[in-house]
Design a protein around this ligand. Sequence first.
Ligand code: F0G
Length: 433
Amino acid sequence: MNRQLMCVTCGSTYPLEARRLRCDCGGLLDVQIDMDSALSPEALAATFESRLPSHLPQDLSGVWRYRELVLDLPADDIVTFPEGRTNLYTLNPTPLGLSALWAKHEGENPTGSFKDRGMTVAVSWARHQGARALICASTGNTSASLAAYGARAHLPVFVLIPNGKIAQGKLAQALAYGAHTLQIDGGFDDAMHAVEQMATQHNLTLVNSLNPFRLEGQKTIILDSFFQLGNMLPDWIVVPGGNLGNTSAFGKALIEMKALGLINRVPRLAVIQAEGASPFARAAQGDFQHFEPMQPETVATAIRIGNPVNYDKAVRAIRFTNGIVTSVTDAEILQAKHDLDRQAIGCEPASAATLAGLRRLTREHVVHPGESALLIITGNLLKDPDTTIALATGQTAALGVQGAPSLDACANQPRHVPSDPETIARIIEEELQ
Ligand code: F0G
């Protein structure tokens, strides 16, 4: 399929190979697909299906399997682990009065977050274009993912992260995979501003979601879900919102799927932000007439973002899907994480914002009884061991979250026991009483 870059603000176009992050007018760029050259929906579905038994890396990948709708690249240029093809779990919908509730676990990707779906495309394209070095700003997961894909592509990686504000599992990954790790005095928004300036001036390839190729990969979360659910999508797709890359990618995926005839009915997007980092939710209240960045603070460090770069694309996604944006407190996020963890759909705090948001939206009669919903679980439980252990052991006070749920009653403390089998067996019997 033919592709070019197109500005979402003024409609100017550039060749796909143009090494630019924004339009001359400052607008965000899309990878625009020429729909006229697309296959029929039946032929597309059959092509994707035909790759399932294959053992070629580009077919095993739950991103490149959909390459007609992602990017055409020679197989040798593709940098893949492979990623995608994450599981979609059924949750009990009854407590929320829904007809069905699913969780798509993007924490099952190779580096434990959805970022891998975008990163395989951005890094493959960067290598194809002969990139010198790769760079990103990150609240943690993007840096972990880039570190891994950069190592696989044999390209130098630089990551800028907020000092002391990223979860340990993510920092461990960036360091272990050999990324040059720069901890800045400032938050994600400062890091994002710095990398965008430097990338253009110093010939570094930026792979944050400002890079439109990232979003082409992240569209496959929707494609994967559609085929896993038997060629359908639910009434609601619920996703946490930070830099709004997923929101933008999901909107684009749904616009394209509708135009291609893969879907007739468009599901509604529900974007959930943490109350302390909710500039998009605030803008939504005024129908996006006004946007005000904010100083972010939340226990969900992955979405501790006050000035999301993908704002314009995210507004398009909400408008196209008749979507909704809301926010939840850190206390609600922790309660939801606890509840998901206990069902072994473990996740990091940002991902739990989905369940917290869905609860709020059903309470507020935005989501109605009998409707169906899909939660996008964005990151793995092991990413944030500190929060996870505090929550599991009932030490929520240690997290400094106002109104944090008291989970003493279900605290799961490890017990120190002697090593003789008889004593251990007696303890087990007591527990089984
Ligand atoms: N959930 C997790 C686990 C994340 O890591 C992120 C973003 C989001 C949700 C929000 O997604 O930005 O597409 O709205 N993490 C980025 C990072 C910012 O640097 O890892 P978004």
